[in-house]
Design a protein around this ligand. Structure first.
Ligand code: BV8
Length: 245
């Protein structure tokens, strides 16, 4: 594992307000494929516009529901990894701490993180595609036809598809926390999807220190003061241990 820059530890230790941004890469060590890693990415078989849009659900409800079923099955077999648990340990160190995630698996909360903003929703929540209300539907893994709401419309995963707005409350809390933070740690995101990918830029503009943990270079790397190349499951626990020691 790459040596952790002393300045990174010093800055994380001295900061009082911290924002974490996570993407699919933080869950790789939990066995959940990322979206864009070519050989394993979930999109390998589909293009985002094929399955993660309201139009796709309108045209092929069973294909879209089936794809989320497939992902629920993968996530149901996954547990939080050392990176998730380390971030949960870090939360109480700061006066202000906000974990902003693009992931829909719920693994951060399962690991004990409390102040989590799910910008793209949650795969375990289901809502009526017509009324928009959350429906307490007992999901059975393997069901390939989307169930129907009492109103007759299809139920859908309560996630944010391309072309759909992000949840206003979570997004404005994420912007506020980012504007106030002294350090933003971006973990396991390619920085492709907007508006989530703009948070490191906003943090930089707010003169916060931006640190990236990712095995690859991403579009966020250009805005990062420090890029730590490596796996979240190894780097993040080492970072947190150093901060809390
Ligand atoms: C909106 C659904 C407006 C749930 C997802 C501005 C500029 C350009 C485009 C746009 C823009 N504004 C809007 C857009 C369009 C679009 C967009 O961003 N398109 C992109 C493709 C260009 N954005 C939207 O449509 C958003 N909506 O802005 O609406 C609006 C306003 C009002 C009214 C109407 C409309 C909605 C975006 C949300 C889309 N939904 N998911 C689901 O099925 O999951 S996005 C999807 O991508 C997931 O949520 C995922 O989390 C997210 C981001 O991907 P990453 O998490 O970064 O995953 P990725 O595979 O890309 O990268 C993984 C990384 O991990 C890699 O870097 C890899 O190196 C690294 N890694 C690998 N192994 C490890 C690791 N890191 C650490 N450790 C390891 N071991």
């Amino acid at each position: 594992m790459e040596r952790l820059p002393v300045e990174v530890i010093r800055s994380l230790k001295s900061a009082r307000r911290c924002v974490i941004l996570t993407g699919a890469g933080v869950s790789v060590e939990s066995g959940i494929p990322t979206f864009r890693d070519a050989e394993t990415g979930l999109w390998t078989d589909f293009k985002p516009e094929d399955v993660a849009t309201p139009e796709a659900f309108e045209r092929y409800p069973e294909r879209v529901w089936g794809w989320y079923e497939h992902r629920r099955r993968i996530i149901a077999g996954a547990a939080p990894n050392a990176a998730h648990y380390a971030l949960a340990r870090l939360e109480d160190y700061y006066e202000e701490f906000c974990l902003v995630t693009q992931n829909i698996s719920g693994l951060h909360r399962a690991a004990g993180s409390r102040n989590v903003l799910e910008l793209h929703g949650n795969i375990w929540r289901t809502r009526c595609s017509r009324e928009g209300k959350i429906v307490d539907y007992r999901l059975t893994i393997g069901e390939v036809k989307p169930p129907r709401c009492a109103c007759g419309a299809y139920l859908r995963p309560d996630v944010v598809w391309f072309g759909e707005p992000l949840p206003q409350e979570e997004l404005s809390q994420a912007y506020d926390a980012t504007a106030r933070c002294q350090v933003l740690l971006s973990i396991g995101t390619s920085g492709v999807v907007q508006p989530s990918a703009s948070l490191p830029v906003l943090a930089r503009q707010a003169e916060a220190l931006v640190i990236e943990v990712n095995p690859e270079t991403t579009s966020i790397s250009a805005f990062a003061d420090y890029t730590i190349r490596g796996k979240a499951g190894e780097i993040v626990p080492a970072l947190v241990d150093a901060v809390l020691s």
